[in-house]
Design a binder for this molecule. Structure first.
Ligand code: ADP
Ligand code: MG
Length: 259
């Protein structure tokens, strides 16, 4: 099945720093993310992965090039507009979990929904469902300090998923975890991409996570070297035969996501 991309980056160049210290962190990077696809971004430290995620996530604006979100160009958008698009479409997962230590698991998930304007009953329903879906029914009242690293990252995943974003950007979500817990998080993200028809881009250094992904993008020194189908992507397989995007399928998927 094919679909229109939810997020597109075209010829992104990003300069960082000033004067002598100025560097070009991204050099003509183009990529698209699709609903339902779990994509890995791999590359050495300093290759521009976090910078790219920040631009895709409307946190940084590119020096040149353009980003399109849900078909709409972000060129020249005001910071308020970018913040509102982030809130509506995007979810972020970090290596360091970023949980509130004084809130239990349930409240850590609920609070993200509060700022998005969901009613109290809807917040509770979504938080319970998201924590159930990451296997944490038994940890609702636990505080981050009493959770394992794997459990903390599951809470962070639940917090993001609860607001039904169309895109999730995960920057080294398994870097602080042991192999087993790291793979479990990647497997969970792969499932979320499929079940919620969400586009997920995750940075990792661990080649053992490749089997969970539909696609692997390799970046080095600010340039994309290769974008490989890891053998599981329906889209890549379909694109090879049809060579075109199918808007009606994409619309059907969007309706499923928001159902
Ligand atoms: P990665 O996430 O792949 O490790 P980054 O995107 O964080 O790489 O960084 C890419 C390059 O940009 C690196 O050389 C880094 O040192 C540089 N860099 C990152 N942030 C800044 C900044 N705020 N000012 C100057 N250089 C930066
Ligand atoms: Mg980084």
């Amino acid at each position: 099945m094919t679909g229109a991309p939810i997020l597109e980056a075209h010829h992104i160049v990003k300069e960082l720093g000033e004067g002598e210290g100025k560097i070009v962190a991204l050099k003509d990077v183009s990529l698209s993310l699709y609903p339902g696809e779990f994509t890995l971004l791999m590359g050495p430290s300093g290759s521009g992965k976090t910078t790219l995620l920040s631009i895709l996530g409307c946190i940084l604006t590119p020096t040149s090039g353009s980003v399109k979100l849900a078909g709409e160009s972000l060129d020249g958008s005001e910071p308020e507009k970018l913040a509102s698009l982030r809130c509506k479409h995007l979810g972020f997962i970090f290596q360091s979990y970023n949980l509130f230590p004084t809130l239990n698991a349930f409240d850590n998930v609920q609070i993200g929904l509060d700022v998005r304007g969901f009613s109290g009953a809807e917040r509770r329903r979504r938080a319970l469902r998201a924590l159930h879906n990451v296997g944490l029914d038994h940890r609702l009242r636990s505080y981050p300090g009493t959770l394992s690293g794997g459990e903390k990252q599951r809470v962070a995943v639940a917090r993001v998923v609860a607001s039904s974003p169309s895109i999730i950007l995960a920057d080294e979500p398994t870097a602080a975890l042991d192999t087993e817990n790291g793979q479990a998080i990647m497997e969970l993200l792969a499932k979320i991409a499929k079940n919620n028809q969400c586009a997920i881009l995750a940075v990792t250094h661990d080649p053992r996570t490749i089997p969970y992904a539909d696609r692997v993008i390799e970046i080095e020194d600010g340039r994309i070297l290769a974008q490989k189908d890891s053998g599981q992507s329906e889209r890549v397989a379909a694109d090879k035969t049809s060579g075109s995007e199918n808007a009606s399928n994409s619309d059907q998927r969007k309706q499923q996501v928001h159902a």
